[in-house]
Design a protein around this ligand. Structure first.
Ligand SMILES: Cc1cc2nc3c(=O)[nH]c(=O)nc-3n(C[C@H](O)[C@H](O)[C@H](O)COP(=O)(O)OP(=O)(O)OC[C@H]3O[C@@H](n4cnc5c(N)ncnc54)[C@H](O)[C@@H]3O)c2cc1C
Length: 472
């Protein structure tokens, strides 16, 4: 039986699909576990980037070949991008395409794994930044949506070009390699630790890679290190996401379940998912991402796992198998006030740039990545550090014009909707049914829908009061 070195294993899951007899399981946040059914073939061993798997008799140092192939980074770049998710890879790609010398560092040993996402993205959110959509990124098209009210009433919205359920593992890896193809130096298992500062300027980052520490000098730094951005905490130690600024989410991937392909389901209800919603995103026939996110500031104290379990029992009545589990925080926040600080940009989830109502952040990650990459590549050519900083300061305005103002409105709407009870939510579902439940839509005007909810029913004066305290 194959053995696991507990200290080296990071539970990334890279070995799981390599096992021909399905004997490797990941205990979340812990390590890989080899089941009795292991036939000891060793096919998994080369798939572990940390050399944590070995034949029992040879507790070998499997890192050696990888260490030999490893080419250390240069000591100086124009731009360092921290985080190889959609935001970071996109920023690195666009900066490198415009001629900047870019280093992209990703702390995980396997890009895109583990997968912490329901994988839904709108067509425009993807195509506006990356028009060359590849078939292998798409698990299933989205051609509409089903809204399920607290009382269980279903509204089906038909929207044939709505978007896609992605294969995030494939998508994230492709974006990472597109950055490399554009000329960026890409490093995995490389964790940015801190900024290097002089008296006057931020001049680089320190990072750890394969047990070695590096000091990398650069002119600009793009932080795309996700919702728990460690880089943001380094610069702003007192800045924390409050409990009303996140959805705590849990998700399972289920097979053998009855779903309507093309139609993601959104289930709302104060008891079902306080301040959030439960989702079923079909990835194919009888195969779906099923999850639940809640606003912990208004919850009853029940965990998202407990609520998800109850939802799964109710929705699938004992059908189906759970084949993967994941949990994480989704920023449903106001954008971070300092997405530009001197020569540092915070983008994607790190800058809290996701949609505060849905928590969807893939499209924002791509868009902010493109703007940041293009802007930074121009900024580093400005000449002096002072000029670079002035150039980068445009990022806030650029973002706010494209999405920031719209999301500021959504943030307000979200805080008010979070306070509504099930009767109000039921009534909102009726308004949505009247507006979108009949006919086929080419696009959905969400700000318009929010406004119509407020205007169409006197019942919603309390919503309107919150949104427009000075009157509509
Ligand atoms: C359960 C769940 C479901 C979701 N469903 C959807 C959905 O259906 N649609 C949608 O649009 N959004 C969804 N989201 C949100 C979406 O996943 C994120 O908004 C999106 O991934 C943000 O991209 P990003 O590149 O900003 O950050 P991430 O994808 O989080 O990437 C950040 C990267 O930085 C790396 N990193 C962190 N620290 C360092 C460091 N110090 N050095 C080097 N690398 C570092 C991380 O390993 C990671 O790879 C969901 C989120 C959750 C938790």
């Amino acid at each position: 039986m194959i053995a696991v070195d507990a200290q080296s294993c990071c539970a990334c899951g890279g070995c799981v699909p390599a096992c021909p007899v399905g004997s490797i399981h990941i205990i979340v946040n812990n390590r890989a576990v080899i089941a009795e059914s292991c036939v000891g073939c060793g096919k998994c061993i080369p798939f572990c980037p940390h050399g944590a798997l070995h034949f029992p008799e040879e507790k070998g140092d499997r890192q050696k070949p990888i260490q030999r192939w490893f080419r250390p980074p240069d000591s100086e770049y124009d731009i360092v991008v921290v985080g190889g998710g959609p935001a970071g890879s996109t920023a690195a790609r666009f900066a490198a395409e415009q001629g900047a010398k870019v280093l992209l560092v990703e702390k995980r040993p396997i890009v895109g794994t583990p997968q912490l996402c329901a994988e839904g993205v709108s067509h425009s959110g993807l195509a506006d930044v990356i028009p060359e959509i590849r078939e292998k990124w798409i698990a299933a098209p989205i051609i509409g949506a089903i809204l399920v009210s607290p009382e269980g009433r279903k509204t089906t919205v038909q929207h044939p070009k709505a978007g896609y359920i992605l294969e995030r593992r494939v998508f994230d890896r492709d974006l990472f390699s597109m950055a490399a193809k554009a000329g960026a130096r890409t490093l995995i298992a490389a964790e940015a630790i801190d900024f290097i500062k002089t008296d006057d300027h931020i001049v680089g980052v320190t990072m750890l890679c394969r047990g070695q520490s590096y000091e990398i000098l650069c002119k600009a730094i793009i932080c795309a290190d996700g919702v728990e951005s460690g880089m943001l905490s380094r610069l702003f130690p007192k800045e924390h996401l409050a409990t009303d600024q996140i959805h705590v989410a849990s998700q399972v991937v289920m097979s053998g379940v009855e779903v309507r392909p093309g139609f993601p389901e959104f289930h709302i209800g104060r008891n079902l998912a306080p301040g959030g919603y439960a989702w079923v995103f079909p990835k194919g026939e009888a195969f779906a991402n099923v999850g639940l996110g809640l606003n912990p500031s208004i919850g009853s104290g029940e965990s998202s796992w407990d609520l998800l379990e109850r939802f799964v029992e109710r929705r699938f009545a004992g059908e189906g198998e759970i084949i993967e589990v994941a949990s994480g925080n989704v920023p449903t926040a106001k954008r971070f006030s300092k997405i530009v600080y001197r020569n540092v940009l915070f983008i994607g989830d790190a800058g809290r740039l996701s949609d505060p109502v849905s928590g969807g952040g893939i499209a924002s990650a791509l868009l902010s990545g493109r703007i940041a990459g293009q802007l930074a590549s121009e900024a580093v050519r400005a000449g002096t550090p002072e000029k670079t900083e002035i150039f980068l300061s445009r990022f806030t305005d650029l973002w706010d014009k494209l999405k920031g103002r719209q999301f500021a409105f959504y943030w307000k709407a979200k805080t008010i909707f979070a306070a509504l009870d099930d009767d109000d939510l039921e009534a909102i579902c009726r308004v949505i049914e009247d507006r979108f439940g009949h006919g086929v839509f080419e696009s959905i005007d969400i700000p318009g829908a929010i406004k119509s909810i407020i205007r169409e029913r006197k019942l919603f004066w309390k919503v309107a009061k919150g949104l427009y305290p000075k009157g509509i």
